[in-house]
Structures are given as structure tokens and as C-alpha cells.
Design a protein around this ligand. Structure first.
Ligand code: SAM
Ligand code: SF4
Length: 347
């Protein structure tokens, strides 16, 4: 097993052995090293920007079993993927998610096993996930005001998430990052408070621009769109933001700045205002086994059929699919062309 053991300092790529060459290279010479694996499309919240109020979820027969997910993940790792993020929907509502993490934690060649969660159930799961070898966790939180949090998530309790964040800190993850989707007129007046909260807790935070994925019914995405540059401006009025060399290490879509006199960084994920596709190093697999080659395009390959019929063919099919990875996404909040919700995509 190549993952760092829990509670060792710095269980990160930087400490592990040199990377093996990735066999997953697309037609734009991007090397795919990162898989986001959605373990369920279901969720215990209904965030207004992510889902409609009434959602139809996949029937169980269509969802990959944990064994099938492990097979798919192993194929990717054998092909050069070094990092897997468990996501969803809410990954912690999937039965057996800890056992899945334990299996993935044993994959030879995997350097980082991480998760994105809404935090509601982390109180119970943080420690077992850490023990399974998970090194880092992202926790989504869009408001620190109980009433607003409830409105944004339709019925969630902020207290649960705050308990989850503390449980994650107690469990000793190498890094915990908060994720906040900013909606104009809804929570854009809280970005300073959320950043101060992250600083006080010793966490990082990323602000994410809302993407037009799936039909929603709580608001018009045109009304809530806000450019991350204005969030950065708000933060610069309150904090000193300095360049961060973490950008080179993380090589993801988030542009990080260090918050002076703190251990925290702030990241800006700006899919609407600052396209980052040229450095894309990731693909996604949905809970039903669809390999999505791009968040903002429908190019995909059905891995469920392959894993159920002839798993020997998985690697060859995955390698072949790389040539279909689109160069970039084109998001337009006026024109929802991607009907799948983020919860079904594996955000
Ligand atoms: N349920 C978990 C959570 O909320 O962290 C994991 C899945 S969720 C789909 C992953 C991330 O996507 C969250 O940070 C969420 O806020 C973000 N997200 C969901 N819908 C989005 C949208 N339409 N635009 C931008 N980010 C979105
Ligand atoms: Fe659930 Fe995460 Fe979507 Fe919120 S953002 S509804 S927590 S999947």
C-alpha cells in the first residue's frame, strides 16, 4: 500500500515515491492523474444551486456495487491515476463507504485518497475514514447563519456541519478545506466571515462560482451569478493575501493565495470567469459507472457495462476514451445544455 498511514505528518504527493508514467494522455497532451469517483447520486441535503426540490435518483440496480467501484478504481490506478476523491451526491450516505475507502487505501500506486462531503455525518465517519488512510477532506459550507444555511440546503442543520468540521479536525486529517459556492444576494455578504472562520480553525477555504449544471427551481442562475474577482476584492479589504506556491503542488482549478499571519489559504475556483481547462488532469466516474471526460460536456463512456460483462477490457476502454476528452467547457448560465446535476456528476 502506498498511501501514508493515518496521523503521519504530510501524507501528500510530495513525500511519496516518484510518479509512474500515466498511460492516460488525451489529445491535448494532458496527463490524467486524478479520478473523482461518485459513490452515490443521493444526498441528505438539497442545496438549491445543486438540486431541484424533487429529484429522481438512480435505482439500486443501476448503481455500481462497492466491488465494481473498487475494480474501476484499480484500473485507473494501474493506468497512472494517483489521486482519488470520493464524492457524490453525499458520499457518506452510501452504505459501506468506509469499507470502500479501506479497499482503495490498499491500491498500489495510489498516493492520495480524499473526499468531498457536506459534513453532516462526519461526526460519525471522520475517524474511520482517517484510519482507512484518507489524508484530506473538503467540507462544503455556504453559510454560518443557521436560518440561511437551512434555506440554502432546504432542511440542513448548520450545527451538524460544525460538529462534523470539529470531528474532522480531531481525527487529524493532513488538510481540511472548506468549499463555499457563492450566490449573489444570498451569501456573498458572508465571504469575509467564512474566511475568518477558516483562519480561526486553521483550515483552507475555496470559493466556487456556481455552474449551470442541471435544472433547478429555487432561483435563476442568472440572478445569482457572481464573479470570483469581486469575492477576492472583498477579502483583500480585510486580509492580506500573498502568492502561494501551493498552486504548483495542487495543480487543480483552484487558484490559491496565502492568508498572511495564518496557516490558511484561500482558493478561487472560477469555471465561469477564468477557464482552467488547459491544465485539466482529471476525469469523473458517476455512481452508475459513466466515465465523464469533462464536467461541462456529455462525452462519456459506460464503464458499468464493461465491468459487469468483461472487466478485463476496462483498461483498454479507459485508455481509448482519452482521445474523446474535449478541449474545454463552455458554460453559459442563460443556456443550460448540461442537464445532469452536479450531484449526479460527482463534484
Ligand atoms: N455532497 C458533497 C458536498 O456537498 O460537498 C459532495 C458532492 S457536491 C456535488 C461537491 C461540490 O460541488 C460541493 O462543494 C458543492 O457545493 C458543489 N456544487 C454543487 N452544485 C454546484 C453548482 N451548480 N455549481 C458549482 N458548484 C456546485
Ligand atoms: Fe448534496 Fe452536496 Fe449537492 Fe448539497 S452540494 S445537495 S450536499 S450533493
Amino acid at each position: 500500500m502506498s498511501l501514508d498511514k493515518p496521523n503521519q505528518a504530510g501524507g501528500s504527493v510530495a513525500q511519496a515515491a516518484p510518479p509512474v508514467e500515466s498511460k492516460l494522455v488525451d489529445s491535448f497532451d494532458r496527463h490524467i492523474r486524478y479520478l473523482r469517483l461518485s459513490v452515490t447520486d443521493r444526498c441528505n441535503l438539497r442545496c438549491t444551486y445543486c438540486m431541484a426540490e424533487d429529484m429522481t435518483f438512480l435505482p439500486k440496480s443501476k448503481v455500481l456495487s462497492l466491488e465494481e467501484m473498487t475494480m474501476v478504481a484499480k484500473a485507473f490506478v494501474d493506468l497512472g491515476v494517483e489521486k482519488i476523491r470520493l464524492t457524490g451526491g453525499e458520499p457518506l450516505v452510501r452504505n459501506g463507504v468506509v469499507e470502500l475507502a479501506q479497499q482503495l487505501g490498499k491500491l498500489d500506486g495510489l498516493r492520495e485518497l480524499v473526499m468531498t462531503s457536506n459534513g453532516v455525518l462526519l461526526d460519525k465517519f471522520a475517524r474511520p475514514l482517517r484510519d482507512a488512510g484518507m489524508s484530506r477532506i473538503n467540507i462544503s459550507i455556504d453559510s454560518l447563519r443557521e436560518d440561511r444555511f437551512k434555506t440554502l440546503t432546504r432542511f440542513g442543520s448548520l450545527a451538524d456541519v460544525l460538529r462534523g468540521i470539529d470531528a474532522a479536525r480531531d481525527a487529524g486529517f493532513d488538510k481540511i478545506k472548506l468549499n463555499t459556492v457563492v450566490l449573489k444576494g444570498t451569501n456573498d455578504d458572508e465571504v469575509v466571515d467564512l474566511t475568518q472562520f477558516a483562519v480561526d480553525k486553521g483550515l483552507d477555504i475555496s470559493f466556487i462560482e456556481e455552474m449551470p449544471l442541471g435544472e433547478i427551481d429555487g432561483h435563476s442562475r442568472l440572478d445569482t451569478a457572481i464573479d470570483n474577482r469581486s469575492i477576492r476584492q472583498q477579502l483583500e479589504d480585510k486580509f492580506t493575501l500573498e502568492p502561494s506556491d501551493y498552486n504548483d503542488i495542487a495543480s487543480g482549478p483552484s487558484r490559491y493565495l496565502k492568508i498572511a499571519n495564518s496557516d490558511s489559504k484561500v482558493g478561487f475556483i472560477s469555471p465561469m470567469s477564468d477557464n482552467f481547462c488547459s491544465s485539466c488532469n482529471r476525469v469523473r466516474v458517476t455512481a452508475e459507472g459513466l466515465l465523464l471526460l469533462c464536467l461541462g460536456n456529455e462525452h462519456s463512456l459506460d464503464l458499468r457495462e464493461i465491468v459487469r460483462d468483461d472487466p478485463e477490457k476496462l483498461k483498454e476502454a479507459i485508455i481509448g476514451s482519452m482521445q474523446r476528452k474535449p478541449e474545454r467547457h463552455y458554460f453559459d448560465p442563460k443556456d443550460i445544455t448540461i442537464t445532469r446535476h452536479m450531484s449526479a456528476t460527482g463534484g
